[in-house]
Write a protein that binds this ligand. Structure first.
Ligand code: RRO
Length: 294
């Protein structure tokens, strides 16, 4: 297997310690758990998505295991502005604050609360949130306007996209036109299960988002598509659980990756992957980013 060198420069405006970040929503609601993941080898961390109002989330069941992954319908639970104090001790660390809103103005309001963020990740992609996430992130104009407004806070802006669209390239280009510094591809894939015993949907919210190894090929395809369409860095996300998966994402066009569901199998996933992925004699990652394009 190819081995690569640790990053020597910022990626998408953030000084990452390696090419792997903790994905949004995974252990990201407390400052202590974010700090723990940095201590356990994450190159950077993305927080749980924070919105304009505190909300408790959907009724349970909100997380179910399925073959090859998980389906969640957490429902954007978040403490809103109180999160500012929660992550204050992490000032100076590579903490990307994930934010959401129902309008560009709400995105701007939430961004204004976090002057210490290393970057913002705009959640325009949660697959089961009425009025938020993918329900507005399928509209290129809205994606461009949300990006433009958050960009006025003079920080790197990453835009996280849904794979649940006909052509992800159109949405990626809209984010780039709005001034995005990177695209994150992808959020979870809209999904559901039904209990044959109960004759009812399993999740309290009926629909949820599928994550984990089952969606890795969808994420690779999305990154591959976007690499042809945009000139800004792409962060690959969706089902990554090995060093070979990281390399495959890079070959599709990703400059870095986010890891989420694999943490449920091993909290040491970052250091385990790093042991296989990095060597001081490795090649610079830039040599393989996008190399699979024909
Ligand atoms: O909180 C959630 O239910 C959630 C979010 Br914000 C998201 O972006 N993606 C997802 O699968 N779940």
């Amino acid at each position: 297997m190819i081995q690569i060198k640790l990053p020597e420069e910022e990626i998408a405006g953030v000084p990452l310690r390696n090419h792997m970040l903790l994905a949004a929503g995974i252990l990201g609601t407390t400052g202590a758990s974010l700090k723990r993941m940095l201590n356990l080898g994450a190159g950077g961390v993305v927080t749980k998505s924070i919105g304009p109002k505190a909300i408790p989330g959907h009724h349970g069941p909100a997380l179910i295991p399925v073959d090859g992954g998980l389906i969640n319908a957490m429902g954007l639970p978040n403490p809103s502005k109180d999160f500012v104090e929660e992550i204050a001790p992490l000032k100076g660390e590579p903490v990307v604050v994930s934010i959401f809103g129902g309008t560009p103005e709400e995105f701007g309001t939430v961004a204004s609360w976090f002057p210490d963020a290393a970057a913002f990740e705009l959640n325009l992609s949660c697959p089961h949130a009425e009025g938020y996430g993918a329900s507005i992130g399928v509209n290129p104009r809205v994606v461009r306007e949300c990006t433009e407004i958050v960009k006025t806070y003079n920080k790197p802006v990453w835009v996280k996209l849904t794979p649940n669209v006909t052509d992800i390239k159109i949405i990626g280009k809209a984010a780039e036109e709005g001034g995005a510094d990177a695209i994150v591809a992808v959020n979870t894939v809209k999904a559901m299960r039904i209990s044959t015993e109960l004759r009812r949907p399993v999740l309290g919210n009926v629909f949820g988002g599928l994550s984990g190894q089952a969606i890795f090929p969808i994420a690779v395809r999305s990154v591959y598509d976007l690499y042809d369409a945009v000139d800004i860095p792409i962060i690959g996300c969706g089902g990554i659980s090995s060093a070979d998966n990281v390399l495959e994402m890079m070959m599709a066009g990703a400059s870095a990756v986010e890891i989420g569901s694999a943490i449920h199998d091993s909290v040491n996933i970052f250091s385990e992957i790093a042991a296989d992925l990095y060597s001081k004699d490795g090649i610079p990652a830039e040599e393989i980013v996008g190399c699979a394009h024909v």
